[in-house]
Design a protein. Structure first.
Length: 318
């Protein structure tokens, strides 16, 4: 990362690619994605779309939304893979389901133009609506473009079609079935049995708590404008203290009656998204305490022990 962005060292994309390769071979999804990006753009390495696809696939297999989106783009252009618009749609959908707003907007384009899917203004409207109202991301530019496209598309649609598109968008964002043909599956929308979860939009107090957490985390990021959140929720009830603590922060959070849990993703100094990382936060008196897993933790085993496992114990599964 430092060599790629020239932070503290002379910028050297060749050396950056070498370090990314070492990390990528150890299964680090951020490095896999960034290495794919370098091969796709010929940065520090000879441009090679075949290798770009290979590394994107490795990152995508770990649920890296930006890699899923980029694979969709490559299948659309036929670079490194045969041009297959159906696979473009499939990869966009995977990224869209993680809240990746560019994928949501692009799905709207695919349905509007009938590329890789049957042409459907209703489904196009649904995806543009989902993108335009995606407040888990700070990508205001994409949201605005989706909203503008939505307004243009509406002129071509009957009121009943618009109403159906709005219904599908609401069903998708709330996890109901029937959204975009299949909705969210039960595993994604299930509530953990041992942790009481209140949806983030239930009550002004929960909204304020979520907003404070997002502001606190955004302020910590190198590129605040790129920050996007997913699976943000309010978890209620005290929890057992994790065996591994960080400056007593986990113990403080475990005792709180309500805490915010979710995932955050943001761009690194190289300009690539680092991948979703979990966080947990809450108020202790007048202090807002927040802990999130560091994207650049050098030792993955340490990351699991000190961050991923304790956060999961406090939050349960989204």
């Amino acid at each position: 990362m430092l060599y790629a962005g020239g932070q503290g060292v002379t910028k050297n994309e060749v050396v950056a690619a070498q370090w990314y390769t070492q990390a990528a071979n150890q299964g680090y999804s951020t490095a896999q994605f960034n290495l794919g990006l370098m091969y796709a753009n010929g940065m520090g390495v000879a441009q090679n779309y075949d290798l770009a696809v290979d590394w994107y696939n490795k990152a995508a297999s770990r649920g890296y939304a930006a890699a899923e989106f980029n694979l969709g783009m490559l299948y659309a252009s036929g670079q490194g893979v045969p041009q297959e618009l159906a696979k473009t749609v499939a990869w966009f959908r995977k990224a869209a389901d993680q809240g990746y707003v560019a994928a949501q907007s692009n799905l709207g384009v695919m349905y509007a133009q009938g590329r890789g899917v049957p042409q459907s203004n209703v489904d196009a409207y649904m995806w543009f609506e989902v993108a335009a109202t995606n407040h888990s991301t700070t990508d205001a530019g994409t949201r605005e473009r989706a909203a503008n496209t939505l307004a243009t598309l509406s002129v071509l649609m009957a009121p009943s079609e618009i109403a159906e598109g709005q219904r599908l968008a609401k069903a998708y964002t709330t996890g109901e079935t029937g959204a975009g043909g299949d909705g969210l599956n039960s595993a994604e929308s299930a509530t953990p049995s041992k942790v009481a979860v209140a949806p983030a939009d239930r009550g002004e107090a929960d909204k304020a708590l979520v907003q404070r957490a997002e502001v606190a985390i955004t302020d910590k990021m190198k590129d605040p404008d790129s920050v996007r959140f997913s699976a943000v929720r309010v978890v209620s009830g005290p929890r057992p203290h994790p065996s591994i603590d960080l400056d007593l922060r986990y113990s403080i959070l475990a005792d709180l009656p309500r805490r915010v849990c979710g995932y955050v993703n943001a761009k690194n100094s190289f300009g690539g998204y680092v991948g979703k990382e979990p966080f947990v936060g809450g108020w202790r008196g007048t202090e807002f305490v927040v802990v999130m897993a560091p994207a650049e933790e050098e030792y993955f085993a340490a990351k699991i022990l000190f961050y991923l496992q304790p956060i999961a114990e406090l939050c349960g599964d989204p």
